[in-house]
Design a binder for this molecule. Structure first.
Ligand SMILES: Cc1ncc(COP(=O)(O)O)c(C=O)c1O
Length: 374
């Protein structure tokens, strides 16, 4: 594969450190004299699924585990590039609306860059791990009623008035960073048949498609993989539009799902995502919250991968695509596992467990003896 051999910037240019995502700097159209704001994002594992393959009905599948990025989600890829540009442009204040992960990422990178962060979050709909990250990094936080879509409207308005520099995925630098997921996948295992992506605001799937199309244009891949965009039954504006042959998302008022990261009713990149999925001869499909929890359990207990609910949606979607015969048993599939399980401890705690209580060491030992001799 030629791609891996492409000349890349030397580590020396970046202070001698292995900036994993930044090895693709030549393919990210930023000025040469930027000071890169990085927390070591990218270079995430493409974990081959082994013990869950039977349940998924596949022979070869991988999870691209984005949960190991520095703040625990794929958002760090776009954020390193966008924050680098924010610093370059000398903006004093960055802001975003978020279902949680963008704000966790933005606040960390803002701290690194020395820029003040402001975030607008949907009240009561942000998983605790993500909220705690934003608090830890010192963001000013506005909690708004009415879900993510309202939060984004606020950010769009204050950006239009020039009050803040927006770091939602409407910022094109975010997409430039996020497209590197596609580069890494192709670099590592050549072109897969399918890439399955959980979809909320649709920035990620749009970015992945951009990355793939660029690689094809450069002659680095022959075939474009098919994209499957997965939404949840309670927040499926793109699935509905896809089925009806529409070019714009069909908005959902009050989206509800356990996968709060993708509980979005009016995806900003909706029409681009519809074009991307259709262009790839792919599909949009929805899964239920129960299917998401089941997929989260499978990944955690059969593969050792702890992912948050939105990420498990890609595995739930993959399972469904196989059951419906859309993906073939022999096809090579990548599921994007977008965020870490620690992001949403409350959902992780919903899974069934066996736990016992012991008053003291003696009681604990007796208990273990009884349990292991059974
Ligand atoms: C864990 C996780 N998965 C998936 C998504 C959806 O990504 P996008 O909004 O780019 O479609 C998000 C967005 O916040 C997320 O945090």
């Amino acid at each position: 594969m030629e791609f891996r051999k492409r000349p890349s910037i030397s580590w020396d240019m970046l202070g001698g450190r292995p900036f994993r995502l930044w090895r693709y700097k030549e393919l990210i159209p930023i000025p040469d004299d930027v000071q890169i704001i990085s927390l070591g994002e990218g270079g995430t594992p493409l974990t081959k699924l082994v013990k869950s393959l039977d349940q998924l009905g596949l022979r070869e599948a991988y999870a691209k585990f984005e949960g190991v990025n520095s703040t625990g989600s794929f958002k760090d890829r776009g954020m390193t590039v966008a924050m680098t540009m924010a610093k370059y442009l000398k903006v004093p204040l960055v802001a975003c609306a978020s279902t949680g992960n963008t704000s966790a990422s933005m606040t960390a990178y803002a701290s690194r860059a020395g820029i003040k962060p402001l975030i607008v979050l949907p009240k009561g709909r942000v998983a605790r791990g993500k909220l705690s990250q934003a608090i830890l990094h010192g963001a000013r936080i506005i909690l708004i009623e009415g879900g993510f879509d309202n939060a984004l409207r606020v950010i769009l308005e204050v950006s239009r008035r020039g009050i803040v520099y927006p770091l939602n995925s409407i910022n094109p630098w975010r997409i430039e960073g996020q497209k590197t997921i596609a580069y890494e996948i192709i670099d590592e295992i050549g072109d897969p048949d399918w890439i399955v992506v959980p979809v909320g605001n649709a920035g990620n799937i749009t970015a992945i498609w951009k990355g793939l199309v660029e690689l094809k244009r450069f002659g680095l891949i022959d075939e474009l993989p098919r994209l499957a965009g997965v939404q949840t039954a309670g927040a499926a504006p793109l699935v509905r539009a896809f089925k009806m042959g529409l070019e714009e998302p069909l908005p959902v008022e009050n989206p509800e799902t356990i996968a709060t990261a993708i509980g979005i009713g009016r995806p900003v990149h909706g029409s681009r995502a519809l074009r991307a999925v259709r262009g790839s001869k792919g599909i949009f499909l929805e899964v239920s919250d129960e299917e998401i929890l089941e997929a989260q359990r499978i990944l955690a207990r059969y593969e050792g991968l702890g992912v948050e609910p939105a990420s498990a949606a890609s595995i739930a979607g993959l399972k469904k695509l196989r059951e419906e015969g859309i993906v073939d048993r022999d096809e090579k599939v990548i599921a994007i596992a977008t965020g870490h399980a620690l992001k949403d401890p409350d959902t992780a705690l919903l899974h069934e467990t066996t736990s016992y209580e012991a008053k003291d060491i003696r009681e604990a030992l007796t208990l273990i003896q009884r349990l292991t001799s059974a």
